[in-house]
Design a protein around this ligand. Sequence first.
Ligand code: ATP
Ligand code: MG
Length: 183
Amino acid sequence: MKFTALKLIGFKSFVDPAELRIEPGLTGIIGPNGCGKSNLLEALRWVMGATSAKSLRGSGMEDVIFSGTDARPSRDRAEVVLTVDNSDRTAPARFNDHASLEVIRRITRGAGSLYKVNGEEVRAKDVQLLFADASTGANSPALVRQGQISELIAAKPENRRRVLEEAAGVAGLRARRHESELR
Ligand code: ATP
Ligand code: MG
């Protein structure tokens, strides 16, 4: 499973639609302080189903919506679209008819989040499970926030264990077991 494009509309500082094509190999993002580099990584985590406002440097989930500047009014909606190459068919069975997946998360003020995969509305859980085993996912250890290392050092043992479980690749299994117990 490879990410091929990330599109942001009204997400944090990206008030105008911005699309990033993710080519094979290494992608570097450079720019002055405050230009939105960390916001891009947060968009990636958010579209994969992040549920913690704190991990997105906000106090509420709606804080990801463009909040306005002196020159531009705020928006009522934020949307992130992640395009995933699924030609190796590693997505869960229900999505495996498609060689390319378009995952959308949209938040509207007062109305919460909505998720879609290839146009079909799905639950947050479906999107989280889609990425849970791919060493990606909203909580993936591959996504290291600024300041996260010092947080990890100061973390409670059970929180540190969760990070190690993600690193060992068993977090997806745990999420699926929880899901099957609910049924
Ligand atoms: P650094 O190099 O310092 O790490 P960066 O490129 O990672 O900077 P970000 O932290 O991604 O920069 O971007 C911060 C900018 O995003 C700030 O100017 C902040 O005001 C803006 N921003 C964050 N949330 C919103 C929002 N909801 N609406 C509008 N602007 C926002
Ligand atoms: Mg940053």
